[in-house]
Design a protein around this ligand. Structure first.
Ligand SMILES: C[S@@+](CC[C@H](N)C(=O)[O-])C[C@H]1O[C@@H](n2cnc3c(N)ncnc32)[C@H](O)[C@@H]1O
Length: 250
């Protein structure tokens, strides 16, 4: 860390008052403090991110909340320090959020954050996404900075309910990712992805997300099996390796 990087908690921007309900804003502020403090000290957030915790992290993750149906179950894959999962839980207390993260250092931080903020509808699972295949399904499966879309489909779609959606935060290369994922989208039986540009109405730099749903929800059977690769063996998604590594909590 260079000396010129401020570790001070950034102050709340005015726009945050329009993004978070008044009774949830203090939780968002506390989460920013935790990220700027322990999150940086424990190496979960780069010190250079501290001044932009609101703009680059909290606010754009909160924009995703508008896209999640009422009282939905949400799995946030590769949650890291809680982005976007913890922010969704703060912004939308009606949601049931499962934070899925394989690294102990990160799940320990997540459990502390959940306890400190009193987020009683949030569970922390120390697991890789694949370890939940065949075991759990969710209305919405979110992620940010986890993997390119083609790989994300294989990790996420077995967890998506027939009428649910994958909702991934992406960067400006989203169109290229969708093109590259063409064969995987077809193989999994997904509809054409929808690209969302969020935040313009609030004067924020656009946050880009992609939503992927099943093309034919009526044909999605359970457990959702990985579709056959040309010339390859079909394998049951529910028997993904790593299940023995799945643990609740730390
Ligand atoms: C680049 S970080 C992104 C963290 C957070 N989503 C964010 O945007 O700040 C990717 C995270 O995904 C986790 N991860 C990697 N492979 C995974 C998998 N197969 N299933 C679930 N999480 C995974 C890593 O441990 C890491 O915490």
């Amino acid at each position: 860390m260079t000396d010129d990087v401020s570790r001070e908690t950034p102050s709340v921007p005015d726009v945050a008052r329009r993004v978070f309900a008044s009774d949830r804003l203090s939780l968002a502020e506390r989460f920013v403090e935790l990220l700027a403090g322990d999150g940086v000290v424990r190496g979960l957030i780069g010190p250079r991110e501290t001044p932009r915790l609101w703009d680059r992290h909290l606010l754009n993750c909160a924009l995703l909340a508008q896209q999640v149906p009422l009282e939905a179950t949400v799995a946030d894959l590769g949650s890291g320090a809680g982005l976007p999962g913890v922010v969704l839980a703060i912004a939308r207390p009606d949601l049931r959020v499962t934070l899925v993260e394989p690294l102990l250092r990160r799940t320990t931080f997540l459990e502390e954050v959940v306890a400190e903020l009193g987020l009683d509808r949030v569970e922390v699972l120390r697991a890789r996404a694949e370890a939940l295949h065949g075991d759990r399904r969710f209305a919405v499966v979110t992620s940010r900075a986890l993997a390119p879309l083609d790989r994300l489909l294989g990790w996420s779609m077995p967890l998506v309910e027939p009428t649910g959606a994958l909702l991934a935060m992406k960067g400006s290369a989203v169109a290229e990712e969708i093109t590259a994922a063409g064969p995987e989208l077809a193989r999994w039986g997904c509809a054409t992805p929808e690209v969302l540009s969020l935040g313009a109405d609030l004067g924020l730099a656009p946050t880009v997300a992609v939503r992927v749903v099943w093309a034919d929800p009526g044909r999605v059977s359970w457990p959702i099996a990985a579709p056959r690769k040309r010339g390859g063996q079909q394998r049951r998604a529910g028997h993904a390796r790593g299940t023995s590594n799945r643990r609740r909590g730390t």
